[in-house]
Ligand binder design. Structure first.
Ligand code: DHB
Length: 403
């Protein structure tokens, strides 16, 4: 497919943020072109998190990318926390009246791509953006390379949804940008395995030697993670060593849970192994002139609690409303408010993800004060319904406008 050389909204990045924005805009009568630097196959196979908040599910329904999610996604009413050999269930449905959906980001992306192509709307893969220009004028443009030739796409607005290393953000002059960052002193080793999940709900554990998470992709595929040192090479971890470590970190005291089935970790062939570093990053502002940033291009959260995709979708829901209002009426109120509006949610999620991360991971530098704070927090969650409700509200996601 070749793209037009002019559109209303040029979207740099064909991940979930860019694709969802294109769909929401189309439903509001606004044209866009999506330029994705990578090949389709790479975008569709990258393993990311797997939990959708209620608002993300709603957005997928609105754009009509919900059929496979409804058939194959798994609604979850609660999750489990484990620490000091004990287990606490957080019952989201009871505490908040809502659940989350287990449905992998990879699958969301596949559905959004398929729908865009089915609609015969412009989406280019292998389109490497070279620069975003003239964002301080009313005719910004994107220069990109595709099929061996250079092209220029002119637009009324450019949206940078091109991830944390993408080129769009560079169009904002350095002296106007504030960047906040936290690098965590550990990474996640994630696996996919062909074995039924050991638990019907997710388990987040603070084990003696570090964090572990039991998740799933279907009734026959387990997804799991363990905390590992920064710089770990996934190839250095033998499959059995990963299972042993997961089992140790999920272990419960037998006395404590004498009334329940003993927990056994189901092991099976590991089909994918990868290491994810953990960091938080926020860049402000998320708008400069006719350039708007969305998703990872403006903010990264550590994966604990799975907020990354949900934040990206929340950004573009606000942005689609703001842009369509502006195209229809030329009223600038919503586009002027975009950056401040979405940054309030971004910082809420940054705090939640930081809390979940520090509460559940073991600091390799062994700060004993931090460890006691983390355990005190976990015991508070175990004993206080209002603490569990606060956790559940953040986990299932706050409504647009509630932050
Ligand atoms: C998954 C990832 C997360 O970061 C999380 O908090 C829960 C689940 C997952 O990949 O399934």
């Amino acid at each position: 497919m070749s793209a037009p050389d002019r559109t209303q909204v040029a979207i740099v990045g064909g991940g979930p943020a860019g694709l969802m924005l294109a769909h929401l805009l189309r439903r509001r009568g606004v044209d866009s072109v999506v330029l994705e630097a990578r090949p389709r196959q790479r975008v569709e196979t990258r393993q990311r998190a797997g939990i959708l908040e209620h608002g993300t599910v709603e957005a997928l329904r609105e754009v009509g990318a919900d059929a496979r999610m409804d058939a194959l996604g798994m609604p979850h009413d609660g999750f489990e926390l484990r620490f000091s050999g004990r287990s606490v269930r957080v019952d989201m449905q009871e505490l908040t009246g809502e659940h989350v959906m287990i449905w992998a980001q990879t699958e969301v992306t596949k559905d959004l791509i398929a729908l865009r192509l089915e609609q015969d709307e412009p989406l280019l893969f292998d389109a490497e953006v070279l620069s975003v220009e003239d964002v301080e004028t009313d005719s910004p443009s994107v220069r990109y390379r595709h099929d061996g030739a250079e092209h220029v796409l002119r637009a009324d607005v450019v949206v940078g949804a091109d991830g944390s290393y993408g080129p769009a953000r560079r169009a904002i002059p350095d002296h106007l940008v504030r960047r906040f960052e936290r690098i965590y002193p550990y990474s996640w080793l994630g696996i996919l395995a062909d074995v039924a999940p050991s638990s019907h709900e997710l388990i987040y554990a603070r084990g003696r030697t570090g964090f572990a998470l039991a998740s799933m992709r279907s009734s026959s595929v387990t997804r799991a993670y363990i905390q590992v040192p920064n710089g770990t090479d996934a190839a250095d971890w033998a499959d059995e060593a990963i299972w042993d470590e997961l089992a140790a970190r999920f272990a419960l005291d037998s006395g404590e849970h004498a009334d329940r089935e003993p927990f056994t970790l189901a092991r099976g062939p590991i089909t994918d192994k990868s290491v994810t570093p953990m960091r938080s990053m926020v860049t402000e502002p998320m708008r400069h002139g006719r350039l708007f940033l969305a998703g990872d291009a403006a903010h990264i959260v550590p994966p604990t609690g799975a907020k990354g995709l949900n934040l990206a979708v929340a950004d573009v829901r606000v942005l689609a409303e703001a842009l369509s209002e502006w195209f229809a009426t030329k009223d600038e109120t919503l586009i002027d408010a975009y950056s401040d509006t979405v940054l309030r949610r971004v910082w809420r999620a940054a705090h939640f993800s930081w809390t979940m991360t520090t509460m559940l991971h073991v600091d390799p530098d062994g700060d004993p004060f931090d460890e006691q704070l983390a355990l005190a927090h976990l015991r508070h969650i175990a004993t206080s319904e209002s603490a569990r409700r606060a956790l559940a509200e953040n986990y299932r996601g706050l409504a647009l406008g509630a932050v």
